[in-house]
Design a protein around this ligand. Structure first.
Ligand SMILES: [Fe+2]
Length: 459
């Protein structure tokens, strides 16, 4: 199967044009062309999720059916590329809205959390591979990307699950939350390193805030109660029912990881929205949070990412907040003026003070993409890998090298789309020498659409 999809036309909505257009088939490809040398210690699968509407169209970039793209590597060889839809009730009923499928029962005002696009992230935890979407249960997948079914942690999960759980780099515990348009608006969960759900706790927030992500430190979980809130009037008209509110306070809540609602210390911050945090850590009396901050979002509508319409206020930039747990003081500052999103740190550093963070550049350079490397020990100074003209990477995922001694001894993996050939490749960069040419590229005879988040799931 080597067909190259034709570029789509300019009259489609932004999220369906060019490389955001869905691919129309599922394939398994072997005998992949490789340039460079795949590091032999990379044994596992790089997986990435994204919205790929089965009908070819969707109301919003965030609403298409989840499709996982994966490449398996072992002993210096690329064994296969696969792309597979996550088999959800929405996939089984193409074109049917989740409300029509019974996502909310109007009699009992309760949710059916099996109704999911499962399109946002894919992670490994406790031997399971989970596809995630923030309005529903996770969906378990096999190593070959076939769908097992919804995962409820043995029936213990009774709320939505965010697509951005945080697995502690030290303990392997997975911490997450579910947010809802209906009370209770926020519920916090802890899953042990062995995969057992051991805590579910309601947390009080000011209203139905869209909480896409959160962050953990060694001792704390940090919630972002920000002014992007669910709007019933917008919900009745279809599409993305979220709007900005100047009346809704922006605040971060810091809670001991095994704590509860009464333990949350809330800190007012400058109004903002944060889709994605980089990481957090405890130091002295402070909790330090890094993330990609927008001044505001969706004041005039919920379109995202369109380079032709994004305003400076809606551009993401690397930011630092410091919360003093003793005095209640907050300080915050911008670390970089470049547009920077899809932040990641090494899995082993989640919740801990690490030195480096990695992001991809967004819309301020339309000719080629970049992967950024931030050195937080140097005030957030930035270096970057600049891709050749017409090549655009996604979120960079760090994988450590065998025998690593420095934090950046390892590789950055991401799918890259080449506009000049309309094909994609997996690129493997040396994280310790990010400016250098890729260590290896695994070439595909077709494109992988622009997507969301992914993971390296080691054997
Ligand atoms: Fe996300």
């Amino acid at each position: 199967m080597t067909t190259i999809d034709e570029p789509t036309t300019a009259d489609l909505p932004w999220h369906l044009r060019e490389n955001r257009a869905p691919v129309t088939d599922e394939v398994t490809l072997t005998g992949l062309e490789v340039t460079g040398s795949i590091p032999p210690e990379l044994n596992g699968r790089y997986l990435r999720n994204g919205a790929n509407p089965l009908t070819g169209t969707s109301e919003h970039w965030f609403l298409g059916d989840g499709m996982i793209h994966g490449i398996e590597l072992s002993n210096g060889t690329a064994n296969w590329y696969r792309n597979r839809y996550v088999r959800t009730p929405l996939h089984a009923n193409p074109g049917v809205d989740r409300m029509e499928l019974g996502y909310i029962d109007p009699e009992t005002i309760s949710f059916n959390f099996e109704i999911s696009t499962a399109n946002t992230h894919v992670i490994g935890h406790a031997g399971k591979i989970l596809a995630l979407e923030e309005g529903a249960f996770p969906y378990e997948l096999t190593r070959e990307l076939d769908t097992v079914g919804p995962c409820t942690f043995d029936g213990k999960l009774t709320t939505q699950m965010t697509a951005h759980p945080k697995t502690c780099g030290e303990t392997g515990e997975m911490l997450f939350f579910g947010y809802s348009s209906l009370p209770p608006y926020l519920t916090y969960h802890r899953v042990s390193a062995a995969g057992e759900l051991i805590q579910s706790t309601e947390i009080t927030v000011n209203g139905p805030t869209m909480m896409h992500d959160f962050v953990i430190s060694r001792n704390h979980s940090v919630f972002m109660d920000l002014p992007a809130i669910f709007d019933m009037e917008l919900a009745m008209t279809g599409g993305m029912p979220i709007r900005w509110s100047d009346d809704y306070p922006a605040r971060f809540g810091v809670m001991p990881r095994a704590g509860g609602d009464a333990d949350v210390k809330w800190f007012d911050v400058e109004p903002c929205y944060v889709f994605h945090t980089l990481n957090a850590y405890d130091i002295g009396d402070e909790v330090v949070v890094h993330g990609c901050r927008l001044n505001e979002i969706w004041r005039d509508g919920a379109e995202v990412g369109d380079p032709d319409s994004i305003s400076d206020d809606e551009a993401p930039r690397m930011w630092e907040w410091r919360f003093n747990m003793v005095t209640g003081a907050v300080s915050e500052r911008q670390l970089d003026d470049r547009f920077s999103e899809f932040p990641r740190v090494p899995d082993s550093k989640v919740g801990l003070q690490g030195r480096y963070g990695y992001t991809m550049s967004t819309t301020d350079d339309k000719t080629a993409g970049e992967i950024f490397k931030y050195d937080m020990a140097d005030g957030g100074s930035r270096t970057s890998h600049v891709f050749p003209k017409g090549q655009f990477p996604g979120e960079p995922v760090f994988v450590p090298a065998d025998g690593a001694t420095n934090e950046d001894d390892g590789y950055l993996l991401t799918f890259v789309h080449d506009e000049t050939t309309n094909t994609s490749h997996l690129t493997i960069l040396d994280a310790s020498s990010i400016e250098s040419d890729p260590v290896a590229q695994v070439h595909l005879p077709r494109r992988i659409p622009t997507g969301f988040h992914g993971s390296w799931v080691a054997d």
